[in-house]
Design a protein around this ligand. Structure first.
Ligand SMILES: Nc1ncnc2c1ncn2[C@@H]1O[C@H](COP(=O)(O)OP(=O)(O)O)[C@@H](O)[C@H]1O
Ligand SMILES: [Mg+2]
Length: 250
């Protein structure tokens, strides 16, 4: 379980920067609990603090106020329990797919690394490209590599920050399906940031709409539609409209 309690985030040194107007209040009073095996999406317009919240949940950044706990333990920094995927694949261009995935395992014995890498790369359908370099991969394949790197330690939590936003819509839908298939097998608790409302409706058990500056959770919507969810189904479209209306698009 991921528990975020009354989290606020201010960027900049309040004492020094207030005069210069450099204090930036990015999040305020955010409470969020994500249950084991749950898929929660965060949607909201650009700048409302989605990435900041995800970085705080992962331990990559610390909140100014409030607390974050994973399975009851306070988060004070990055941990192998959490896998992260970003909008860009963040692969090292001079390393092959295999060696990029290995980066998540450097503290383990070599034989164990090799077995886990092969399995994780097979899971994302890239076995034939295990010795390819990033420049030889399509955008979708590069992002599959990033997903393999995030999942290779079999984390209990997978946090994704607009992971498919840079992909064409066909590739995006294939990767959404593939991610769901991986989730059905391993059941990691998932937090998915997207600004594609239909993507959120397709994937999630629950959708949180964030709004404002500083960002807050404005609304919570439970998605009761059984999976797989057809993008054209009337109940999917109706929910999409409801969420778009809840976003602050003015
Ligand atoms: N490192 C930082 N320093 C100062 N301001 C930041 C920093 N990171 C994010 N911000 C600001 O915090 C707000 C929220 O940013 P972000 O979490 O990236 O929003 P989102 O992911 O929803 O687009 C934005 O106004 C952004 O400019
Ligand atoms: Mg962002």
């Amino acid at each position: 379980m991921l528990e975020i309690s009354d989290v606020g985030k201010v960027f900049g040194d309040p004492a020094a920067a207030a005069q210069a107007g450099l204090v930036h209040h990015a999040l305020d009073g955010v409470d969020l609990t994500v249950g084991q095996h749950e898929i929660v999406s965060l949607v909201g317009t650009s700048g409302c603090g989605k990435s900041t919240l995800l970085r705080i949940a992962s331990g990559l950044d610390l909140p100014t106020t409030g607390r974050v706990a994973l399975d009851g333990r306070a988060v004070t920094g990055p941990t192998p329990e959490v896998g992260m995927v970003f909008q860009e694949p963040r692969l090292m261009p001079w390393l092959t797919v295999r060696e990029n995935v290995r980066l998540a395992l450097l503290d383990l014995p070599k034989a164990e690394q090799d077995a886990r890498i092969a399995e994780a790369i097979e899971d994302v359908g890239l076995s034939k490209f295990i010795d390819a370099y990033p420049r030889q991969l399509s955008g979708g394949m590069a992002q599959r590599t990033a997903i393999a790197r995030a999942l290779v330690r079999q984390p209990s939590f997978l946090l994704l920050d607009e992971p498919f936003s840079a992909l064409d819509s066909f590739t995006r839908q294939k990767l959404q399906q593939h991610l769901l298939a991986l989730w059905e097998r391993s059941r990691f608790t998932m937090v998915f940031v997207t600004h594609d409302v239909l993507e959120a409706v397709s994937l999630s058990d629950r959708i949180l709409v964030m709004r404002g500056h500083p960002g807050r959770i404005h609304r919570e919507i439970r998605v009761e539609i059984p999976r797989p969810r057809a993008r054209t189904a009337p109940e999917v479209r109706a929910l999409e409209e409801e969420i778009v209306a809840a976003l602050d698009l003015s």
